[in-house]
Design a protein. Structure first.
Length: 193
C-alpha cells in the first residue's frame, strides 16, 4: 500500500487563507484539500474546482423515476390487470400524474443523497483523517501532498511564508478506500527504528 505524506498549514483568518491558496496553486505544489470550520464563499473557485454535476445526476434520477412510474402503471392498467372502470380508457394519463410526480421526486432525492455521499466519501466505514483538531472549530487547514521527499522542508518553509500560524508533516497509508489514516504512528515508529 502506498504511503503518502502531507504538509499541513493552519491559518486563523480567511483573509489570509485566500492569498495562501492562490500562492500554493501557482507554485505548482499538489494541493490535497482545504478544510474550514464553516462554508467559505468563493473557496471552490480559488481551489480551481469546477461546478458540481450533482444537478445532472438529480435530473437523471428524476427521469428514471418518471419512466419507472409511467411504465409500471401502463403495464399494470393495460396488460396485467386491465379493468374497465366506467368506460374510462386503460391508459388514463391524467390519473397517473400524482404517482408519477411522487416517484420522480423520490428517485431524484434519494439518488442525489446517495451520489453526494459516494462522491464525498462520507459513507459508513470510510475513515477520514483530521489534520488538526481545531479544523472544525476555528482554524483553516491546508493540506499539500508531498510528492518529492527532498522538497519537504522547502514546502514547510513556503507555507510559513504564506502566513501560516502552524505547520507540520503528517503521514498516511492509502488503503482500499482513499484515506486509511490509522497507520501514521506505526509508520513513524518504523522511520525512527
Amino acid at each position: 500500500m502506498a504511503i503518502k505524506k502531507f504538509a499541513v498549514a493552519c491559518y486563523d483568518d480567511e483573509a489570509v487563507l485566500f492569498p495562501a491558496v492562490e500562492k500554493v496553486r501557482h507554485s505548482g505544489y499538489k494541493l490535497h484539500d482545504v478544510y474550514t470550520p464553516f462554508p467559505v464563499h468563493g473557496l471552490d473557485v480559488a481551489l480551481g474546482h469546477k461546478e458540481s454535476d450533482l444537478h445532472v445526476a438529480g435530473f437523471c434520477f428524476g427521469i428514471t423515476g418518471t419512466a419507472t412510474a409511467l411504465s409500471f402503471m401502463s403495464w399494470v392498467f393495460t396488460k396485467d390487470w386491465s379493468i374497465n372502470y366506467g368506460g374510462k380508457p386503460f391508459f388514463a394519463l391524467p390519473a397517473f400524474i400524482p404517482i408519477t410526480f411522487e416517484l420522480t421526486v423520490m428517485f431524484a432525492a434519494v439518488g442525489m443523497v446517495l451520489t453526494y455521499c459516494y462522491l464525498n466519501q462520507i459513507m459508513p466505514g470510510v475513515k477520514k483523517h483530521i489534520f488538526h483538531p481545531r479544523q472544525t472549530d476555528d482554524l483553516f487547514v491546508v493540506a499539500i501532498e508531498i510528492t518529492d521527499p527532498a522538497a519537504e522542508l522547502e514546502i514547510i518553509d513556503f507555507l510559513k511564508t504564506t502566513g501560516a500560524t502552524e505547520t507540520n508533516v503528517q503521514v498516511a497509508e492509502e488503503g482500499w478506500w482513499y484515506g486509511r489514516w490509522d497507520k501514521e504512528e506505526e509508520y513513524q515508529k518504523q522511520q525512527l527504528a
